[in-house]
Design a protein around this ligand. Structure first.
Ligand code: M6R
Length: 617
């Protein structure tokens, strides 16, 4: 969702803030703004709708002070109010002394606004955020600063992360977190940073810590104080060392982050497997030591919770866990799970999957499962993120920063992490046989090579196909068994970045409805892998599409002459054991979506209406 950055220190604040906003732009990109104090403590603000470039231009066009040492910035993903200059953050109080940037939703903003308007506060925007700054102004009339912040927030309902700059308190920044939307603090030399995620801090510091729910931080250039904002009780924080480098968060010569991240998948998987599985195929996941061994050997069921692409990785996981462990596995959208009264208990292992670790639905779903005494585990890509701090155990995917809004390397590494977890549980639970388990482990170890070879071959073949199909308005993606989630993920990739309507379906379900859509203008992408146990059935599904004049693009294994005869166009991938195939069969679908979006001239890394990490409900 929105991206927040704040800085206090000896470097020119404007440059630090703009750089941070550029790094956070993938979180929201419909408008942006900054507010800074110069050394005479004058407050300067600039806000622009559109991309951050518009803000940078406006700052360069006007007389903007060089000597600013403190400031806040924001890149917005609109929830309340259109993406206009007025609705962009920071928001100012009536006297123009307090500036606020906000990520989240103020649920009772309507009643607060009416109340404040009656007191004479003049609102300039349609946002929920603006009530915060007027509330702060009102409370600061009766309370000392920063106690006024706590008093103001007691009146607010909702989830939020905030950073506040007050001209009357020119040597402090205040950050507050309640609910979703992380805030990370970076400790630099003679400088402190605060941001929505670590990508804004890379290049400045590796030493960070995160604010927990209900915490407020008061930042100075060389010191900080963290407290519970309601009770004012001080809290101690533990520093983490972030290993990501600034280069990892750059395009590295690729036209888009998405393409870079697709091409990095072999390396990302190698990193995810490193040190966790030996050459013989034996796993050793120290991460599981956080959960009682007896529980790991005896729990009854796995319940997987996730959203979007992570949900589809979880769906692949259902096949893997059930096949290997022979225990029931359920999977639910985190956004559905959290709002019912889910039936989970102390015999369940609840597995949350999230690239960012900040998706609020997944975070709240984990809390729900914990409240029902389930053991919780997270597969996550971001060290220190909210979900990693709340789950009982964490298995980090080591994909490196994923900046493209369309998730790619996160998906394949999540599937690899699921494999590691399945093999480790298989070892502990002594099922299946040792030789089968080790054989699967060795197969997993080969995946980085398969991925690399497949990607190199695909880069040459996908473009002409993308050219041929870029003008269609609708696509259907079909797969069966463990490749059914790949059909869903392939369709999601296409719709997210090209804005072409695409449906993913289990192929066997086609005849129960979607077949009515098929005609010569409705291309169907079919995952038809010769060595799959479903191959013959999939070939029948292809026949059914062809009989209705639907053009078929087959994802086929190499040298599948029957498959080649049956489809109109095909993309070849190597033959691989079916249960490992999702990590390969997704690759052509990622690239197809990418190349079609390039041809259509879409904003690939920042598709319309989307944001990388969904921290509002
Ligand atoms: O960070 P998370 O994995 O929790 O994010 C979940 C979804 O929001 C995310 O996968 C989204 O669907 C992506 N845009 C898919 O490409």
């Amino acid at each position: 969702m929105c991206g927040i950055v704040g800085y206090i220190g000896e470097k020119p604040a404007t440059a630090v803030l703009l750089d941070g906003l550029q790094k956070l732009e993938y979180r929201g990109y419909d408008s942006s703004g900054i507010a800074v104090l110069d050394h005479s403590h004058h407050l300067h603000i600039s806000k622009r709708s559109g991309k951050i470039q518009n803000l940078v231009k406006s700052i360069h066009q006007f007389h903007w002070p060089q000597s600013c040492y403190i400031g806040i910035g924001h890149t917005r993903w609109a929830t309340h109010g259109q993406p206009t200059d007025e609705n962009a953050h920071p928001h100012l109080d009536c006297s123009g002394t307090i500036a606020v940037v906000h990520n989240g939703i103020i649920e009772n903003y309507h009643e607060l606004k009416q109340h404040l308007q009656k007191q004479g506060h003049i609102f300039k925007s349609q946002t929920d955020t603006e009530v915060l700054v007027h509330l702060l102004e009102a409370e600061a009339r009766h309370n000392a600063w920063p106690q006024a912040v706590g008093e103001a927030l007691k009146k607010v309902r909702g989830t939020y992360s905030l950073v506040i700059l007050n001209q009357k308190d020119p040597h402090h920044l205040i950050g507050v977190r309640k609910g979703g939307g992380g805030l990370v603090i970076g400790m630099g030399k003679q400088a402190m940073f605060i941001a929505s995620d670590v990508s804004a801090l890379l290049g400045h510091t590796h030493q960070v810590f995160y604010l927990d729910d209900g915490e407020m931080i008061i930042l100075e250039k060389q010191a900080y104080q963290v407290m519970d904002w309601e009770t004012q009780k001080l809290r101690l924080k533990q520093l983490l060392t972030i290993e990501w480098t600034p280069q990892q968060a750059e395009k590295g010569g690729y036209a888009h982050f998405m393409l870079k991240e697709i091409m990095e998948q072999s390396k990302a998987m190698e990193d995810t497997l490193r040190g966790r599985i030996d050459a013989a195929g034996n796993t050793q996941l120290v991460e599981l030591s956080k959960i009682n061994l007896k529980f790991l050997k005896t729990f009854h069921r796995i319940v997987i919770l996730a959203c979007g692409t992570s949900y589809y990785a979880g769906l692949v996981g259902k096949f893997i866990f059930e096949d290997i462990l022979k225990i029931p596995v359920e999977i639910d959208y985190a956004s559905e799970f959290r709002y019912r009264d889910p039936v989970v208990d102390a015999h369940d292992l609840v597995l949350a999957i999230s690239q960012s670790g900040e998706t609020v639905d997944t975070l709240v779903a984990i809390r729900e499962a914990k409240s029902k005494k389930s053991k919780t585990m997270a597969i996550c890509n971001v060290l220190g993120s909210s979900i990693t701090r709340e789950a009982d155990a964490v298995l980090l995917t080591r994909a490196g920063p994923e900046i493209g809004v369309a998730s790619t390397k996160a998906f394949t590494t999540q599937v690899a992490a699921i494999w590691l977890l399945a093999l480790e549980l298989a070892r502990l639970r002594r099922t299946p046989t040792v030789s089968r388990r080790l054989q699967m482990g060795r197969h997993l170890l080969k995946m980085p090579i398969y991925i690399e070879q497949t990607l190199q071959a695909l880069r040459k073949t996908i473009k002409p196909l993308a050219q041929r199909f870029s003008r269609y308005d609708h696509f259907l993606y079909l797969g069966r068994g463990i490749n059914y989630p790949i059909a869903l993920e392939g369709a999601l990739k296409l719709k997210e970045i090209s804005y072409i309507h695409a449906e993913g379906y289990p192929a066997g379900e086609m005849k129960h409805g979607p077949i009515a859509l098929i005609d010569s203008q409705f291309p169907v992408v079919v995952l038809a892998l010769k060595s799959s146990r479903y191959y013959e059935k999939i070939i029948s599904n292809i026949e059914q599409v062809r009989a209705r004049s639907g053009p078929v693009i087959g994802i086929l294994e190499k040298n599948d002459s029957l498959g080649q005869q049956k489809v109109n166009f095909f993309i070849e991938i190597p033959t691989i054991e079916e249960s490992f195939s999702p990590m390969i069969s997704i690759l052509p679908l990622q690239l197809l979506a990418y190349e079609i979006a390039v041809i259509l001239g879409r904003e690939i890394d920042q598709p319309r209406n989307l944001a990388k990490s969904v921290t509002v409900e």
